[in-house]
Design a protein around this ligand. Sequence first.
Ligand code: FES
Length: 131
Amino acid sequence: MFFAPPNAAQSHDDETDPEIFDLSVENTMSPSIQVAAVADLPAGASKLVEVNRTRIALFNLEGEIYAIEDVCTHDGGPLVEGKLVNGCQIQCPRHGARFDIRTGAALSFPAFEPTRTYAVQIREGMIWIEL
Ligand code: FES
């Protein structure tokens, strides 16, 4: 198994460009990868990373870190660019569907299917997500 450290990520120009990671998942049931430092994601902040060509949005909700696939199930909107509402919901910037960041559940029209979530672990100040 190969882990690409964050400092090996490609450079990015602004907040909507993800840091990119590639992970080989050979012989591993549930691989995890380090994607960011907790210090880089203060309470209320979001961050986009890309792992194996999948865009993943990280959110810090009052000190708890969550990771969801950055794809609105209505029409592929970039959830990381949405607005946080009601404390734990992200509102898609395209047509306004809301998702629970904690569970990925679709909470409002026009989305009906949940978005994928990823288990998050904090180890020595770093954010790891399980793939
Ligand atoms: S793409 Fe997200 S609500 Fe339409």
